[in-house]
Ligand binder design. Structure first.
Ligand code: CP
Ligand code: NVA
Length: 311
């Protein structure tokens, strides 16, 4: 099995069939990896991990994933590279392609990731930009499938900022038949231009509401994320005021279906966007989500990087 694309930059670059294939590989590899029986299909392959923003999950899950496939990883921050300041992304893409077999990058601008990918001959994977977080959401869909059986027909309610995670959920809704509901304060919705592009790309079932209580009726998945993303720290206080009333607490969770699960990409600001009682409660699947980052990214790497055998 091979994907029709060299890179993994946005969920919208893939068909439903391709995304299903990644999910299938992840689900098949998961028990093997957990029991140390996963064949080393990519011995000697090297993954470069470039970070311009902090990370726990993304960094470690990518570094573990390539090792589980028999390869290894190299971590470098932009302090050393100086993308766009010390060196042109074009040269970085070309040079790295002579050393490594794939590049994972977490940075601010989506356009930088795209420029790097356009100039690299090896696969480039988006580990989060200000615009998108595709690995997160595909891993989250694996988690929904494990808990609900399927993402099809689900009502996924995202309570919070129309941010990178929310935009990737909207992109996912252009490929999978579920309803994506964003409950955000006025002024914090996903930009109209992005919604218009997503709509052209695949008619997502998408609703925007400004009252989280209204949004939660019939919810199968209740999702939240920080109110101020990495890079927006200076705006933290203004955002905290705007999002008052959008905290996922026991009162809000009661409005979702009794079977609804609670999801958060983490890191969480406990006491802000979610209470301890919800994130530590019986409906929370946040650590399953964190684990599934490993399984989905290992599947992505194993499908993008030529290996000794296919998974
Ligand atoms: N969810 C996620 O991407 O976590 P990190 O920022 O720790 O990588
Ligand atoms: N929206 C968050 C996600 C962190 C994984 C951020 O960009 O900081």
């Amino acid at each position: 099995m091979k994907l029709g694309k060299k890179d993994f930059l946005s969920l919208r670059d893939f068909s439903r069939e391709e995304l299903d294939a990644i999910l299938r590989v992840a689900a098949a590899q998961k028990p093997l990896a957990r029991s140390f029986r996963l064949p080393a299909s990519h011995p000697g392959r090297v993954l470069a991990c470039i970070f311009h923003k902090p990370s726990l999950r993304t960094r470690l899950s990518f570094e573990v994933a390539i090792r589980q496939l028999g390869g290894t990883s190299l971590f470098i921050t932009d302090r050393e590279i100086g993308l766009e300041s010390r060196e042109a992304p074009k040269d970085v893409g070309q040079v790295l392609s002579r050393y490594v077999d794939a590049i994972m990058i977490r940075t601010f601008k989506q356009s930088l990731v795209e420029e790097l990918a356009a100039n690299a001959t090896v696969p480039v994977v988006n580990g989060l930009t200000d615009l998108l977080h595709p690995c997160q959401v595909l891993g989250d869909i694996l988690t929904v499938v494990e808990h609900r059986g399927s993402i099809d027909g689900a009502r996924v309610v995202f309570i919070g900022d129309g941010n990178n995670v929310a935009r990737s959920w909207l992109n996912a809704a252009t490929r999978f038949p579920f309803t994506f509901v964003l409950a955000a304060p006025k002024g914090y919705e996903i930009e109209e231009a992005f919604v218009a592009e997503a709509t052209r790309a695949g008619s997502p079932a998408y609703e925007v509401v400004h009252d989280p209580r209204e949004a939660l009726r019939g919810a199968d998945v209740v999702y939240t994320d920080v109110w101020a993303s990495m890079g927006q720290e200076a705006d933290k206080e203004r955002r905290a005021k705007a999002f008052a009333g959008f905290q996922v607490n026991d009162g809000l969770m009661k409005l979702a279906k009794p079977t609804a699960i609670f999801m958060h990409c983490l890191p969480a600001h406990r006491g802000d966007e979610v209470t301890d009682s919800v994130i530590d409660g019986p409906r929370s699947v946040v650590y399953d989500e964190a684990e599934n980052r490993l399984h989905i990214q290992r599947a992505i790497l194993s499908l993008l990087i030529p290996g000794d055998r296919t998974a």
